[in-house]
Ligand binder design. Structure first.
Ligand SMILES: NC(=O)c1ccc[n+]([C@@H]2O[C@H](COP(=O)([O-])OP(=O)(O)OC[C@H]3O[C@@H](n4cnc5c(N)ncnc54)[C@H](O)[C@@H]3O)[C@@H](O)[C@H]2O)c1
Length: 489
């Protein structure tokens, strides 16, 4: 049966619901917006008027279009007004008991053919569906904030969802001008599951003292080209929201990488929720920008490792003297893996610094337990002279960028292999939901499956974290000589 979705209901007109109501109304559907009480209803109306008013001011809507959009929305505090809706989407707070109670009511009130959808970010759609007598007609329709702008909609089907319904809801999302991706019902779906795991990992590495907040942020922004670093993003999402989503992920997976880093709990308990309240990882605005690019006073430099010749040539061109590793004042070891063994073999181990060049803009500057502060500072200076941003870090496997990026890519491979989303859907979810320049499978293709597999092996050997072990599928692809997961039959 092909359904026609013409009349929709939106329950809860807060941050998300008001935006979702606007999206439906803009696409020409009749919308009934339901709020808990008259005051909240007025706030919801205000959100819609405000948002369309801003679009008008920016010239994105005409006065007539705005009036037409607002004219399609009816506001009410009575759920009974949803009796003839074709689809009802719920956007009330993220509390399972509230959602269950609401779906029980909706099931009683709505016509038998109506589809019921939830905008939950992390709760089980299956559990919500199970409170109704129509679990086959319940789906997740996960919009992103701000709903009128963000293109992605995750359409979640459960084991009880009727065949074909998710496709019909996806077609509706396309009619709204959105890009739907189809996902099974696992905590966090695609975006929150992959994103929050990565963000939590960054918080754990910060707590372990791998690098500072700003160094990790710079590494991911400048080294990978992400729109912002993990701590800036955590502050933007809200540390309370992030903490809650991680708890839900952990409850389902029991994977300790989903256990919120203790620093998140501490900041949330202190009321430091991020940008919306109190500041979070970022609080005081530090004065000044990066230190000026002053040529470090280094007598002589030696460069070791793969790419040494090219880097030595750059340093020579910048006017630095080079010498042997035994005699140089500073020894730079180009590496992505710990350099302590190399340092320990030198007459002056305190002069050796690990250096990993990431992309065109970043260089990770790794200090071992023996590296002197002067040597590390000198290498930071050298790095600036050759036009890169230094990221100071400890001497750990895969240093910073790869230590954060590779487990995220591995998680994406596992997600695909578990059959709950396709390669294309995972890629577009991460591009559209997070503004990433490319999806994880595109990144894998660019980096090379073998490089990532080997990096994961090194990470596993260092941290003994079970989920850092390369996904069996990744291992098999490398062994079979397959260059891209897309080449699989
Ligand atoms: N905020 C985000 O970035 C975001 C993104 C995607 C999904 N979500 C999900 O969307 C849902 C809503 O989040 P939000 O940020 O819009 O919350 P919100 O607190 O801004 O809005 C919730 C609204 O629901 C209303 N409400 C509560 N109980 C109700 C009831 N029984 N009937 C009618 N209205 C009721 C409240 O008055 C409030 O206006 C949550 O499930 C959340 O996880 C949020």
């Amino acid at each position: 049966m092909t359904r026609s979705f013409e009349k929709v209901g939106v329950v809860g007109l807060g941050t998300m619901g008001a935006g979702i109501a606007e999206v439906f109304a803009r696409a020409g559907l009749g919308v009934t917006g339901v709020e808990a009480d008259p005051a909240a209803l007025e706030r919801g109306r205000g959100h819609l008027e405000g948002s369309t008013g801003r679009a008008l001011a920016k010239g994105r809507l005409t006065e007539a279009e705005r009036a037409e959009i607002l004219g399609r929305v009816t506001f009410t505090t009575s759920l009974e007004d949803l009796a003839d809706a074709d689809l009802v989407i719920e956007a009330i707070p993220e509390v399972m008991d509230f959602k269950r109670a609401l779906f029980t009511d909706l099931d009683r009130i709505c016509k038998p053919s109506a589809v019921l959808a939830t905008n939950t970010s992390s709760l089980s759609v299956t559990e919500i569906a199970a409170t109704t007598a129509r679990p086959g007609q319940v789906v997740g329709m996960h919009f992103f904030n701000p709903a009128p702008i963000m293109k992605l909609v995750e359409v979640i089907h459960t084991v009880t969802t009727e065949d074909g319904l998710a496709e019909e809801v996806a077609a509706l999302a396309r009619r709204l001008g959105k890009t739907p991706v189809s996902v099974g019902d696992r905590a966090g779906f695609v975006v929150n599951r992959l994103l929050l795991t990565y963000l939590n990992h960054a918080a754990v590495l910060l707590e372990n003292g791998l690098a500072t907040r700003d160094d990790i942020d710079a590494a991911m922004k400048l080294g990978v080209g992400l729109p912002m670093g993990p701590f800036t993003l955590l502050d933007l999402i809200g540390l309370d929201t992030s903490y809650e989503v991680l708890c839900v992920l952990f409850q389902e997976s029991r994977d300790r990488r989903h256990a919120p880093a203790p620093i998140l709990r501490e900041l949330v308990t202190a009321g430091l929720l991020g940008r919306k309240a109190g500041g979070g990882f970022h609080r005081d605005e530090e004065p000044g920008g990066p230190p000026p690019t002053v040529k470090p006073s280094v007598g002589s430099v030696a460069v070791l490792g793969e790419g040494a010749e090219e880097f030595t040539a750059k340093l020579s061109a910048a006017g630095f003297k080079t010498a042997s590793a035994e005699a140089a004042d500073v020894v730079v070891a180009l590496s992505r893996n710990p350099v302590i063994e190399l340092a320990a073999g030198l007459p002056h181990p305190e002069r050796l610094v690990g250096l990993h060049l990431v992309g065109d803009g970043v260089a990770e500057v790794a200090s071992t337990v023996l590296t002197s502060a002067e040597a590390a500072r000198a290498v930071e200076g050298l790095v600036r002279i050759v036009g890169r941003t230094p990221v100071r870090c400890r001497d750990r496997a895969e240093f910073v960028v790869d230590a954060l990026l590779y487990p995220y890519l591995n998680d994406a491979v596992r997600m695909y292999d578990s059959g709950y989303a396709t390669v294309e859907d995972i890629d577009s979810a991460m591009r559209l939901g997070c503004g990433y320049p490319s999806g994880p499978f595109e990144m894998l293709d660019e980096l090379g499956l073998e490089t990532v597999r080997d990096g994961l092996r090194a990470l596993y050997a260092e941290y003994r974290e079970p989920s850092f072990a390369p996904a069996p599928l990744l291992d098999q692809l490398v062994t079979a000589g397959v260059r891209s997961i897309r080449d699989l039959p």
